[in-house]
Design a protein around this ligand. Structure first.
Ligand code: KIV
Length: 274
């Protein structure tokens, strides 16, 4: 962060703050939350963006893909996260098929999410084909975050979770989509699993902040799934996830410890009983 940028720990994050962070070269942080306490801890730590991602489907519901999670479930989780947050912007992911059918359907579903959860904006996956929908949402007053590159809701089209935009044709498509999303009025774009050079080119070209996940160090901010960076998902080890804890092992150890205390009649201890 350049020395000219003074971080105000108590600032309330808005799209305007995010634009000025990009302008000043201050990196933006985003992490996921699906529950009240995680929302509270993230906000207290000072993260700028809290995403109630549709990764809820994998992480909380144990599904293989993000496709099964419903709009009702997203509304429930966003509502309980938002309750805990005072400073960060809370963004709700629009679920598969809640915004692709048509502009009217998308507007009505995004409106429901904003109205029923109190969140500060929504995120949707896809490029230029969403321009009309995004324009309408922004006109109404709903801040929209885009999502390009690896878009997990399209896993059945891609066939794998490999890096996107490796060949020139797809790289050009992603680049052009980023320009279309900016033009349509997105306040920010998530860039997932694309080559570093492409992440850099997009971030240097568009004026709105890019938030990368596996998109290299030149994005204006970075996002991770909190459960990944806390080391709760042992079998998921992509290169871009840095683990800050080994919570899966710690939790399993704590559960084993409790079981053995109960079995050996060491819990509760005499002075802890009522
Ligand atoms: O659903 C999610 O958690 C996401 C992030 C990985 C960006 O979309």
């Amino acid at each position: 962060m350049p020395s000219s940028v003074q971080k105000d720990e108590n600032r309330h994050i808005t799209t305007k703050v995010l634009y000025s962070m990009k302008k000043e070269g201050e990196k933006i942080t985003m992490l996921t939350a699906y529950d009240y306490l995680t929302g509270k801890f993230l906000d207290a730590a000072g993260v700028e963006l809290i995403l109630v991602g549709d990764s809820l489907s994998n992480v909380i519901q144990g599904n293989e893909t993000t496709l099964p999670v419903t709009l009702e479930e997203m509304i429930y989780h966003t509502k309980i996260v938002k309750k805990a947050v005072e400073k960060a912007m809370v963004i709700a992911d629009m679920t598969f098929m809640s915004y692709q059918v048509g502009v009217l359907d998308a507007v009505s579903n995004c409106g429901r999410v904003m109205k029923e959860t109190g969140c500060d904006g929504i995120k949707m996956e896809g490029g230029n084909y969403l321009s009309e929908t995004i324009r309408k949402l922004v006109e109404i007053g709903i801040p929209v975050m885009g999502h390009l590159g690896l878009t997990p809701q399209s896993i059945n089209k891609f066939g794998s979770y490999k890096t996107r935009g490796v060949d020139k044709e797809e790289a050009d498509q992603i680049f052009n989509d980023s320009i279309a999303l900016e033009k349509a009025g997105c306040f920010s774009i998530v860039l997932e699993k694309i080559p570093t050079a492409l992440g850099k080119k997009i971030s240097k070209t568009i004026k709105i902040p890019t938030i990368g996940i596996g998109a290299g160090p030149y994005c204006d901010g970075q996002v991770l799934v909190s459960h990944d960076m806390l080391g709760m998902i042992e079998e998921f080890k992509p290169r871009f996830v840095r683990k800050y804890m080994n919570l899966a092992a710690d939790m399993k150890e704590a559960f084993r410890h409790y079981i053995s205390d109960v079995k050996e009649n060491k819990f509760p201890s005499k002075d802890e009983s009522y």
